[in-house]
Each structure stands twice: as C-alpha cells, then as structure tokens.
Design a protein around this ligand. Structure first.
Ligand code: NAD
Length: 331
C-alpha cells in the first residue's frame, strides 16, 4: 500500500523507515495535512499524521475521494480529528495509545525542576559571567503538594516520580486509577486540588469538557504563587487568563510544552521570522515562564515505539481493513 506521511521531519523518516516493511511505498510530505494539502495524498491508501495536522471534515472529504481508507495518527491525542466526519466518510482513524508515558512525564518533571531552581535563568547568567544568586531562590520539592489532573498513563508516571521526591500527591480524574491510590495519591475534587497544590500538572486529554479547564476562575482558586505545568494540550488552559495570573502573581511559575495556537508555530524553525502571536510573545517576556515546543514525546524510545505501533496499525489495515488501535469515539 502507498502511505502518505504528512508533517514529516527528518527524525520521522529515520524511525518510520526503520519500522516499515518493504510491502509499503512511503511518500514523505513536509506540509501539514489540511483540506488544501490533502490532494498530496493522491495514490495513497493510508495517510499518517501528527498532532497539528487538521483532520477535519474538509480534509477527510478530499482523502475519501482519493481512496484513502486510513488516517494513522503518530500520537496518542486525537483532538485534531473530526471523528463524526471520519465515521460519515468511512475513513478509519487509528492512533498510538501508549508509547512512552515516561518520555512525557520525565519532561514534565524537567520543567518543574528547571522552573523551581531557575535553571533556565542560571544557564544564561553563568554564560554571561554573572554568578549572582539574587532572583534564583528555589524551594524544596520534598514535602510540597503536587496536584495531578488526569492520572492515566502519563499522570500516573508523574505521580510515581514526584512521590520519589517526597511530595504529597493529590489528583483529580473522572476515572481514578488504582495504581495511583496504591502509592498514596489522594483523589479530591478539582477545586480542592487547586486550593491545596504547590504544583498543578495537567495530564488529561483535550475534550470539550477539559477545554479551558484552567481559566480565570480556576486560577483564582489556586494557591497564590503556585506552579502550573501543561504538557498535555494547549487549549486545556486559557492562555490569556494565565498571562493575567502571572501578572497578578497568582501563578508563580508556568511551564508549557504545549500552547493553544501552537499549530502556527511549533515544529518549524521560525528564528528568522517575526512572530505575530502577541500572546505567545508576552509569555516569553516573563522570567518565571519556561516554554518548550511540544517535545515531551521526543525521546529515542518514544519515537521507536510510535513508528512500530503506527506501522502495526497500517499493516493490520492493509491486511484486514481494520487497524489495531482504532479510535471510534472520544475517550
Ligand atoms: P490516558 O488516556 O492514559 O490518560 C488520560 C487521563 O485523563 C485518564 O485517566 C482520563 O480518565 C482522564 N480524563 C479524561 N477526561 C478528564 C476530565 N474531564 N477531567 C479529568 N481527567 C480526565 O492518556 P495519557 O497517555 O496519559 O496522555 C495524556 C495526554 O497527554 C494526551 O491526551 C495528550 O494530549 C498528552 N500528550 C502530550 C505529549 C507531548 O509530547 N507533550 C505526548 C503524548 C501525550
């Protein structure tokens, strides 16, 4: 089968080539999938996409008319897919439900540690010959309360790691996880988690219920000066409300690996361009904000597992018309 891989970066090519059998012809495309670029999948039976590809009604309509039967996501999240439209057009959607929860959880912890001890500022200072400590004061993680929102694969992993630092763990999830209660995580309502946590870390999927879960009201319930970490999906936080929260001191530290409007920015080198997103640029002006460009998943182990599962989805679809990990409804 011919496979059109959208949003290809050199590392995608490296890991997909290693995972692919010779039975498929792989066509790598740098462009994102949109309703306008979908025609590039001409001749393909399956397309492979990533987090910022727009698998909406328009794109699915074009894909279906070209004879594409499968959209294989190289991600766990599928908030960029119109599932109702996929069902209507008879296009199978597959994803990689679990590849390396350790990769994303370790990145969330990296953000926590960097922000707490001001590593991002210390790095720049020392390179500039400035060895003053003023402004770099941190706090011990030991004894602090960490609130985990969403305790699935990644959230549970974060809870385990933070437990190792001697933190108290509270969590909020619509489906509590026994792996968490067994290590002493206490499930509480979201309002109580926000009120008690020194660090709030988000690991639920983006759904209509979680869109702007962290808004002005939620921020007003947080412990003053608490740290907020989002490595899940950008739109779980209302970015304007978070900017206001940092300006007022309600939020003491902010670590983001994802951003509401990241589709226009992330995964490309834009260092020669003028960034026109004023809200994003405002975030970059704060000394207590650390942003990475959606790299939580970016480890060797995760990329290998993503490529292996993606090819397993495509192989199964080519043989049986069904993928291994099909997405049929919002989870
Ligand atoms: P998962 O499905 O294992 O866990 C998600 C948890 O969120 C589940 O326990 C679920 O019950 C809970 N949940 C769902 N709706 C909720 C709600 N309304 N309120 C509270 N909790 C809710 O998923 P996972 O593998 O742990 O991944 C979590 C998210 O991380 C993904 O959805 C994705 O958006 C994000 N992610 C980011 C990266 C990255 O590179 N930054 C990589 C992979 C995944």
């Amino acid at each position: 089968m011919e496979i059109a891989v959208f949003s290809t970066q050199s590392y995608d090519r490296q890991f997909i080539d290693a995972a692919a059998s010779n039975q498929h012809q792989i066509h790598y495309i740098e462009a994102k999938l949109t309703r306008d670029t979908a025609v590039l999948a001409q001749g393909a039976g399956a397309v492979c996409v990533f987090v910022n590809d727009q698998v909406d009604d328009g794109a699915l309509q074009v894909l279906k008319s070209l004879g594409v039967g499968l959209v294989a996501l190289r991600s766990a999240g599928f908030n960029n897919v119109d599932l109702a439209a996929a069902k209507r057009h008879g296009v199978v959607i597959a994803r990689v439900p679990a590849y390396s929860p350790e990769a994303v959880s370790e990145h969330a912890v990296a953000l926590i540690l960097s922000l707490d001890r001001n590593i991002h500022r210390a790095y720049a200072r020392v390179r500039d010959g400035n060895f003053a400590l003023e402004g770099l004061l941190g706090f011990n993680l030991h004894g602090r309360t960490v609130g985990v929102v969403g305790t699935g694969r990644i959230g549970a992993c974060v809870a385990r790691i933070m437990k190792g630092f001697g933190c108290k763990l509270v969590a909020y999830d619509i489906k509590p996880n026994t792996a968490c209660t067994e290590i002493g995580v206490m499930y509480v309502p979201l309002a109580k988690l926000l009120q008690e946590s020194d660090i709030v870390t988000l690991h639920c999927p983006l759904t209509p219920e979680t869109r702007h879960l962290i808004d002005a009201d939620a921020i007003s319930r947080m412990k003053r000066g608490a740290m907020l970490i989002n490595t899940s999906r950008g739109a779980i936080v209302d970015t304007q409300a978070v900017v206001d929260g940092i300006k007022s001191g309600a939020i003491g530290h902010l670590g983001l690996d994802v951003y509401e409007e990241e589709a226009a920015l992330f995964f490309d080198d834009k260092s020669d361009q003028i960034i026109r997103d004023d809200l994003f640029e405002r975030l970059l002006t704060f000394p207590n904000v650390l942003i990475t460009g959606h790299q939580g998943f970016f480890t060797e182990e995760a990329l290998k597992a993503i490529a292996d599962t993606t090819m397993a989805n495509i192989d199964a679809f080519a043989k049986t018309g069904k993928a291994v990990y099909e997405v049929t409804e919002a989870i």
